[in-house]
Ligand binder design. Structure first.
Ligand code: MN
Length: 130
């Protein structure tokens, strides 16, 4: 159960380091990308168990990256969670409508992140209805 591979796509180096450290401490393995295109490429190559996708990225944004993953057969079914700093009220519905499997709001909680990631992994395994 432990040791699942998490792809973290995040362009802010401090945030990336924080998420990586927290996930490693929680027993997960990580691979990391700082652009949307690199994230899509890593997802194809490694087929991670879960992708944490920052929405605001320097090249293609997280929504476009998600679209590319969904259009490619080998990555279409990977669970992808949007990570966003947008504080707007309707974001959650908007990102779920875009096809993300879930939604995490920045700032990431160091305390809660491992359990949140585990919940997304478990939800995917059991195909829990929304
Ligand atoms: Mn960003």
């Amino acid at each position: 159960m432990a040791g699942e591979l998490i792809l973290v796509v995040e362009d802010n180096e401090r945030n990336l380091r924080l998420v990586r450290d927290v996930l490693h401490h929680g027993g997960f393995r990580t691979i990391e990308a700082s652009t949307g295109e690199d994230g899509v490429a890593l997802a194809r190559r490694h087929e991670p168990d879960l992708i944490l996708m920052d929405v605001q990225l320097p090249d293609i944004d997280g929504v476009e990256a998600l679209g590319r993953l969904r259009r490619a057969p080998e990555t279409a079914a990977l669970p992808v969670v949007a990570v966003t700093a947008f504080a707007m009220k309707n974001d959650r519905a908007r990102f779920l409508a875009a096809g993300f499997d879930g939604y995490l709001e920045k700032p990431i909680s160091v305390r809660l992140l491992p359990a949140q990631v585990q919940r997304f992994l478990t939800a995917r395994e059991t195909e829990a209805p929304r």
